[in-house]
Design a protein. Structure first.
Length: 525
């Protein structure tokens, strides 16, 4: 794209092209005004200089004619007197008229027509027309001054002036800056033909006068033209490159600040679907979540069924970041729907429904998940679970010891052609706790690229003197292992420890009932 900052890679141009074009058009429009004002000021200064020179020339001629030339000041030679006479004969009104014409052209394009244009291509066309018109008017003035006052006229110097002044102000590409130069080159070459050659002594070689043919002069000027235009072309390239880099940096900075604000709001909404901590419930529930980025793909859910059993669900959507967080939001809504439609739903039916949802909806976006769902029954002292390709959960016995692993018994949620997901039931003694986690725990790597691993986690959970909040302890272990540089989300949940099963008393009547509860009363008292 013409004028696009060369520092922006090809795959990023779609992100910035439209915004950059708008910004560059605004920038060009401002600098177009500055160029027009500069031309007006330059012409006014030029006519003032011409008028002052004419007045000075006439005063000098009067001094010479009246023989009142100041003593001590060298008298002008013949050539100077001739030049003074030519200056004094200038038609001041014509010079002023041509100068005002040039200033009027600049004012028309830069102050009037520019205001109604917004597109950069149209602005470039208007600026090019303005430069050509003022250049033509200036060429007419230069021809008149050259014919009348024998002032020298150089087409290359004039081209350099118009090109470098335009490039100093206008943010256009080197190619675009050449648009007004081609017609001006032709016009100035024609103007040069209209002026007489300077009166110089001819060069004589072997008795033959040698001059410089016009064709040779034109050839030499053509060869010199690239060097005359090179400064302006380089200036255009540097300005666009600098402006593009500054725009890109500003957009990234503004976009980063805006993104951080949006992510902070999104994280608050995202984590609002997370359950609350319930350390004092009949079956306590705790969790610790530390995302690798602002948003993560790990998600815990828990609720207590009408029969007193606690349901615990841990989902890990593939990947992390915004894409995974969006999938989590959809899964959270589906889990809520299933829970409300069937308050006594078991792990296997719930996980099969989630698998079907992932297969029909999320798999179209290459989004899959691992998950583990467990039902903790405090009356039966059992755990019923379905593990869909998730890392093994653990049942940690009271007082420590080797925890029991609840290994995967099903495939990844969303993968097609799977058998129905089963569920298993295992016993869970008093004081035992259910601990689950995502793969960001065991796959966490230290600076030597060694993973924390399942064995280290099992050994940690085997310790007798673990703190009450095991989830925070495990998350801190991961931070210590990785030196705080996590590459994946870390989520650890714990349900338990399981309380002892309530004592079931046989029915009694009268005095027998009193005797039946007396030992408990004595024990409590």
């Amino acid at each position: 794209m013409p004028g696009y900052p060369p520092t922006v890679a090809a795959d990023e141009r779609d992100w910035f092209s439209s915004e950059y074009e708008v910004e560059l058009s605004r920038f060009f429009k401002r600098r177009f005004l500055w160029l027009a004002v500069a031309y007006i000021a330059w012409e006014l200064l030029g006519v003032a200089a011409v008028v002052a020179s004419q007045v000075s020339a006439q005063a000098a001629l009067d001094l010479l004619a009246n023989d009142r030339w100041p003593s001590g000041v060298p008298r002008p030679d013949v050539a100077t007197i001739i030049s003074l006479g030519a200056l004094s004969r200038l038609q001041t009104w014509l010079v002023i008229s041509l100068t005002l014409l040039i200033a009027g052209i600049a004012a028309l394009f830069g102050l009037v027509r520019r205001r109604a244009i917004n597109g950069r291509d149209e602005l470039i066309r208007e600026a090019s027309i303005m430069i050509v018109l003022v250049g033509v008017a200036q060429a007419a003035l230069d021809v008149y001054l050259g014919l009348t006052s024998r002032q020298s006229f150089s087409p290359l110097a004039s081209l350099f002036f118009w090109h470098i002044t335009a490039c100093l102000f206008l943010p256009w590409s080197p190619k675009q800056s050449l648009k007004p130069i081609a017609p001006l080159l032709v016009i100035y070459m024609m103007a040069d033909l209209m002026l007489p050659l300077p009166a110089e002594a001819p060069v004589v070689v072997d008795g033959i006068e040698m001059g410089t043919p016009w064709l040779t002069t034109a050839l030499l000027r053509t060869i010199s033209l690239p060097f005359v235009l090179a400064p302006g072309l380089l200036l255009c390239w540097l300005r666009l490159r600098r402006h593009g880099s500054r725009f890109r940096t500003k957009r990234f900075r503004d976009g980063f600040v805006s993104l951080r604000r949006e992510l902070a709001s999104a994280r608050a909404i995202h984590e609002s679907i997370f359950p609350g901590q319930e350390p004092d419930a009949a079956v306590p529930f705790r969790y610790t979540f530390r995302p690798a980025q602002d948003l993560g793909g790990d998600f815990p859910a828990t609720w207590v069924r009408e029969d007193g059993a606690r349901m615990v669900l841990l989902v890990d959507v593939f990947g992390h970041g915004l894409r995974s967080a969006l999938a989590v939001q959809r899964l959270a809504g589906e889990i809520e729907r299933l829970r409300l439609e069937d308050p006594l739903i078991d792990p296997a039916p719930l996980m099969n429904s989630l698998h079907r949802y992932c297969e029909l909806v999320l798999s179209r976006h290459q989004s899959y998940a691992t998950a583990i769902c467990a039902k903790l029954d405090p009356v039966a002292q059992t755990i019923t679970f379905t593990n869909a390709a998730h890392p093994p959960a653990f049942v940690r016995p009271a007082g420590g010891g080797i925890p029991r692993a609840l290994d995967s018994n099903a495939g990844v949620l969303g993968m097609p052609d799977q058998d129905p997901l089963p569920q298993e039931t295992v016993s869970m003694g008093p004081g035992a706790a259910f601990i689950a986690y995502t793969d960001g725990v065991i796959e966490a790597q230290n600076p030597a690229l060694h993973s924390l691993g399942l064995d280290n986690l099992r050994a940690t959970l085997s310790h007798r003197d673990l703190p009450v909040d095991v989830t925070t302890h495990v998350a801190s272990l991961v931070d210590s292992w990785t030196r705080g540089r996590r590459d994946d989300d870390v989520l650890v949940v714990m349900a338990g420890p399981m309380q002892p099963a309530p004592v079931q008393l046989a029915p009694a009547h009268g005095a027998d009932a009193l005797e039946a509860i007396r030992p408990e009363l004595i024990h409590v008292g």
